[in-house]
Design a protein around this ligand. Structure first.
Ligand SMILES: Cc1cc2nc3c(=O)[nH]c(=O)nc-3n(C[C@H](O)[C@H](O)[C@H](O)COP(=O)(O)OP(=O)(O)OC[C@H]3O[C@@H](n4cnc5c(N)ncnc54)[C@H](O)[C@@H]3O)c2cc1C
Length: 716
């Protein structure tokens, strides 16, 4: 009841402020126009005028009304620098405190109750660093002050702490504004406007946010490094931990610009992608696709047959493929490029020192001005009871474990309906395994649009995969020598017998054992970084799977560029990692290639889009190859050809996508794609025809009607 009353009073006061147009008094013109009157009042009764000014300032700030900046200038203009500063500093801090208390009284309980779990990290941060955050926000006015007052009221920061940090933090900005106000009083002629003192004061207003930011950064750096002794010189410019896509590209860039760089790898050069991820999985997909083609050869006028093969030979080919690509990522290649490669386990001892323990147990310590963490991720294995008894494989172990087999596993369970689970399920089914894919969610490929996931599910089912969605794996057991996975579906437990269990339920970043904990580097599923990819310590960067938000080879490489350049040249210019146009492909059959918004995401975010589709069964090349399933779907801004997102489903989708990626990256619309010659008969023509569909839907009907009349007239 009391809350409702207070809320109503605030709303009424704020409404009156706008209804009576009071905000017009809080403009520079109005201030200049009334200054003479205010000065007369001040000369007549200085204390009363100062008191009234103080009161108005407190009320305006407490009610979060616009006008504090003009009032601050007025303070300088009327009372001079010292008195103006005194009045404004206390009035603004008291007003801010009142706004803070009102927000806390009205909303804090509700917000903390409702979003408590999600706010826990923020609350912990505020408890630990609240004063510093607030100080930074006050010093660097990137957020309006009234918003800071209101939002801080919702956190658990103490009111007294809020008051004094606000007063100190706002002091520098207040000085700059009050000082500018004192100059405002002097503008009484054209020469006054151009006086150096005035120009300087107003220039200060402009550069203050930058100076504030620099000061805040300086304090922040001093704070995080306070407990560590910085070496007086460094052995290296850069040390990179992990030689997967992220680490290789970071060290490559550093060496290319002649920096002294050490790359440390504990296991295999090339990381996940080469050894356990993209490369072996795509090699497997190729063999599986060939087997599938042989089984369906009648589609091409040949005789279908059951492919005869040794699974051992298929696995051997996969390892041959890895070996063929290995030299690209090898120690020798990177040494030739100028990278100092060390095989061993790296651990950060302080923000500049890395300890490397090689396989023989020898330990070496190196210092570097900057460090890039590129330690990747590993498969997540859910803690299912009985897993140890039945055994299982993951994408890390599958390639070596299955290489020992002559035959594909007869009954294979794939746990997980994400891209990796789908690619592997389909491949093993095509090679002859009886595959059951178990997914807890409502459908496979949850990141893709419904129709896309259905298309893939349909194709996989045709290949023999039994897809069980909304089935939750709860335990494993062995009964009469038979391994079983017990799943729960609609409250009922069901056993599924298997020979091999492949777990593919996601990959968790490596976050322990190499110094993150000791250095206090924040992690929240991934290593926390800012947009420059800096961790808590601005000289330590994180890229790739360990940093997120994506888990792709190309995003790891993309981030690596930013991290390496920022690490080596950040003192001159830093670059924010750019995630605006990120493509990805799922290599199922049909392939799914995506960039930008999907239809579901557009709907979720309330973004209006136009959807244009082109079905591949209309494409000559697709018809010649009897691969007509799929489509190109383009999302554009309504009425414009600006591309907001693309999804291609079908053969070669991943290779068709880059034309759209290029267009989105460089702001080219569908008209430009339509105006580009595409060789006939290629798959890429599908992109042009999709653009053509869009054009047809936007044909200028009125002009076409007139043209029809014009041609009719010409014929008459
Ligand atoms: C089956 C599968 C298929 C995939 N298919 C694709 C695909 O088609 N396309 C795609 O873009 N992505 C794909 N991925 C994902 C891709 O493999 C990863 O996104 C990519 O490898 C991430 O690179 P990274 O550099 O972040 O980490 P990683 O490649 O994981 O490299 C990290 C390296 O750091 C090393 N390391 C860790 N800690 C230390 C330490 N303390 N000291 C020294 N070294 C350390 C590790 O040994 C590892 O070699 C696939 C992944 C899997 C599992």
């Amino acid at each position: 009841m009391k809350k409702a009353l207070l809320f109503s009073v605030i709303v009424v006061l704020a409404a009156l402020f706008f209804i009576f147009d009071l905000h017009h008094f809080f403009t520079l013109e109005s201030l200049k126009g009334s200054l003479a009157q205010f000065e007369a009042w001040r000369n007549e009764s200085p204390l009363l005028t100062a008191g009234a000014f103080f009161g108005v300032y407190v009320v305006v700030t407490a009610l979060s009304l616009p006008g504090a900046a003009i009032l601050t200038l007025a303070g300088g203009a009327l009372f001079g620098l010292a008195t103006g500063l005194l009045l404004v500093s206390f009035a603004s801090s008291i007003g801010a405190l009142l706004a803070f208390l009102v927000s806390r009284y009205l909303l804090q309980d509700m917000v903390q109750k409702r979003f408590g779990s999600r706010l826990s990290t923020l609350n912990e941060g505020i408890e630990r660093d609240g004063a510093f955050y607030l100080f930074t926000l006050r010093l660097v006015p990137i957020f309006p002050f009234f918003l800071v007052n209101l939002l801080m009221g919702l956190t658990r920061i103490k009111a007294t702490q809020f008051y004094w940090v606000s007063q100190i933090g706002m002091l520098a900005g207040t000085v700059v504004y009050v000082n500018a106000g004192t100059q405002l009083a002097n503008i009484d002629s054209l020469s006054g406007i151009l006086s150096p003192a005035l120009l300087f004061s107003f220039a200060l207003l402009g550069v203050f946010p930058l100076i504030g930011k620099k000061i805040a950064t300086f304090f922040q750096k001093r704070r995080v490094y306070a407990n560590w002794n910085k070496p007086s010189s460094f052995d290296r410019n850069l040390i990179v931990i992990g030689a997967g896509a992220g680490g290789l590209v970071s060290s490559y860039i550093a060496a290319a610009v002649k920096a002294k760089v050490t790359l440390v790898e504990a296991h295999k050069m090339g990381g996940d992608c080469l050894n356990f991820g993209c490369v072996p999985s795509k090699a497997l997909i190729k063999s599986a696709k060939l087997a599938h083609t042989i089984q369906h050869a009648e589609k091409y006028g040949l005789e279908s047959s059951t492919p005869q093969f040794s699974f051992r030979a298929v696995m051997k080919r996969i390892h041959d493929v890895i070996r063929a690509i290995e030299p690209h990522d090898s120690v020798e290649r990177y040494t030739d490029l100028g990278v100092d490669v060390k095989q061993g386990y790296a651990k950060m001892l302080d923000p500049w020192t890395v300890e490397i323990t090689n396989n023989e147990g020898n330990v070496e310590r190196l210092t570097a001005r900057s460090i890039v963490i590129a330690t990747g991720a590993r498969p997540f294995v859910p803690p299912l009871p009985g897993l140890d008894t039945t055994g299982y494989v993951t994408s890390d172990t599958l390639w070596d474990e299955f290489a020992k087999r002559d035959e594909v596993p007869k009954r294979l369970i794939v746990l997980g309906g994400g891209p990796i689970g789908c690619e592997l399920s389909q491949s093993f089914a095509r090679l002859g395994s009886q595959v059951t894919q178990v997914e807890r969610g409502e459908r496979i490929l949850p990141r893709e649009d419904h129709e896309v996931a259905s298309l893939v599910a349909h194709s996989m089912t045709n290949d023999g995969v039994q897809i069980l969605t909304q089935h939750n794996a709860i335990r494993c057991e062995v009964v009469n020598d038979e391994k079983r996975l017990i799943v729960e579906h609609n409250g009922i437990e069901l056993p599924i017998a298997f020979d091999e269990l492949l777990i593919a339920v996601g990959r968790q970043p490596r976050l322990t054992g190499y110094g993150l904990e000791e250095l206090g580097i924040d992690t929240n599923r991934t290593v926390t970084t800012n947009e420059y990819l800096e961790t808590l310590y601005p000289n330590i960067y994180a890229v790739g799977d360990v940093a997120g938000p994506y888990q792709f080879t190309h995003t790891a490489a993309h981030q690596a560029w930013y991290a390496a350049v920022n690490a080596l040249f950040g003192q001159f210019k830093r670059f924010k990692a750019d995630y605006r146009v990120i493509p990805w492909t799922t290599f199922t059959d049909p392939e799914i290639a995506r960039v930008g918004l999907s239809e579901a995401e557009a709907a979720e975010q309330g973004i209006e889009v136009e959807v244009t589709r082109y079905q591949l069964d209309d494409l000559d090349r697709a018809i010649t190859e009897s691969e007509t399933d799929g489509f190109v779907k383009v999302l554009t801004e309504p009425g414009k050809d600006k591309i907001l997102g693309v999804c291609i489903a079908g053969s070669h989708a991943g290779d068709l996508l880059p034309e759209f990626v290029l267009a989105m990256k460089h702001g080219l619309g569908l008209n430009k794609i339509l105006g580009t010659i595409h060789a006939y008969p290629t798959w890429a023509e599908a992109n042009k025809y999709a653009a053509g569909e869009w054009k047809r839907a936007h044909a200028p009907q009125t002009i076409l009607n007139w043209l029809e009349k014009y041609h009719a007239w010409r014929r008459s």
